[in-house]
Write a protein that binds this ligand. Structure first.
Ligand code: KG4
Ligand code: ZN
Length: 352
């Protein structure tokens, strides 16, 4: 238009995600547009083991990372020369898997002379809500529920995360996967349990809800619940369920009862965290956030407590690289990394 300055062209970031068993690459712009997003799942490789085998995961990442990056660039109609930075999730996750993404990111940064940005995978899961909302969601309580993590954060801003509580044993998704195996359901267990639970009675079994009545505790524990399901199948104190053939209705009832107990704990602690912090916005991300019963329950509770709820859209719940758009915030703040950046596989713990 006459008299109007041309808008500066956007900056493009390539984001890589290889923390667990998804090989993912996305191109995002500094205007928070997801220009392309490619996810190569490894579910078929790990399914027969009932969980992720780290060595298989890292080898599969090695085979897939270059084609996945190529595809993300092709769909974005860009080349490596158009990139302004590369972002990579370097924590937390499986060491061998993280290394593949980090090595690929460094190689591109060296070859093209562009900055490297570190992404915390858990923070990125919360940022998926910001990305989907296309609006500020901070300050908020962040609930991350995935195969490896169940954590609550006080999120003051996109660069300010304080751990409030976390699981002391199994992650919620891990419990879904292990209970699915006990029930003879396929991997990943979450979607399979959700499906089976639709025909089940959640009140048919009374399963434990750890710490639920203690509002001062913002931690989770799912290992007792998992054992309670196991004893329902095998009888108390017995552990061998491999040869037990369960009636479909019993599978459905156990799935529904287990799912309801997990949902009670996740929703209960998320709203306890809102009460403790005085915050009125809740953001939820991670694979388990795809669970329909959890989403329904969070919506009900949010309406009752007058809380603004953001649950990541389903494609942004499970691992993906688009949520690596949190790197745009780091780039704006000048938080770029040296090329000796390492992986940090460990889970964040609360410091007392
Ligand atoms: O976030 P994610 O893709 O990977 C990790 O960072 O761990 O989460 C994977 C987990 C698996 O444990 C899977 O069973 C669970 O998310 N999951 C679900 C559902 N869809 C995926 N859990 C419950 N209900 C679902 N619909
Ligand atoms: Zn994840």
């Amino acid at each position: 238009m006459p008299g109007q300055l041309p808008s500066p062209s956007p900056m493009y970031l390539l984001a890589l995600e290889t923390t667990c068993d998804e090989t993912a690459a996305a191109v995002v712009s500094d205007r928070m547009e997801v220009v392309s997003s490619v996810v190569a799942s490894q579910d078929e490789l790990h399914g027969r083991f009932g969980g992720v085998v780290p060595e298989i995961a890292s080898r599969a990442h090695l085979e897939r990372i270059v084609p996945v990056i190529d595809e993300a660039l092709r769909r974005a109609e860009l080349t490596l020369d158009d990139l302004d930075a590369v972002a990579v999730a370097n924590t937390p996750g499986l060491a061998g898997s993280l290394l593949v993404g980090l090595a690929a990111a460094k190689a591109i940064c060296v070859a093209k002379g562009i900055p490297l940005i570190a992404v915390n995978h858990l923070q990125a899961h919360i940022y998926a809500c910001r990305l989907a909302a296309s609006a500020d969601v901070f300050p908020c309580v962040g609930l991350i529920v995935s195969g490896g993590h169940s954590s609550l954060y006080r999120c003051g801003g996109p660069l300010d995360f304080e751990l409030l509580g976390a699981t002391i044993d199994d992650a919620a998704g891990e419990a879904f996967d292990k209970v699915a195996m006990m029930l003879g359901l396929p991997y990943p267990g979450g979607p399979a349990i959700q499906l089976a639970a639709r025909r089940g009675d959640p009140a048919a079994h009374s399963f434990p809800r750890a710490f639920l009545n203690d509002d001062d505790c913002l931690d989770f524990s799912f290992s007792g619940l998992k054992t309670a399901v196991r004893y329902q199948i095998t009888g108390p104190g017995k552990t061998d369920f491999a040869k037990i053939d369960l009636e479909p209705q019993r599978v459905a009832d156990l799935a529904a009862g287990f799912q309801e107990a997990v949902v009670d704990c996740l929703a209960g602690k998320a709203f306890a965290a809102l009460k403790t912090t005085g915050l009125k916005i809740l953001c939820v991300g991670g694979g388990v956030a795809a669970n329909a019963r959890l989403r329904q329950r969070l919506e009900e509770e949010a309406a009752r407590h007058n809380v603004q709820l953001h649950v990541a859209p389903i494609p942004l719940c499970t691992d993906n690289a688009a949520m690596g758009a949190i790197a745009v915030e780091r780039l704006r703040a000048g938080l770029v990394e040296d090329l000796d950046l390492d992986v940090s596989p460990g889970v964040g713990r609360k410091t007392k």
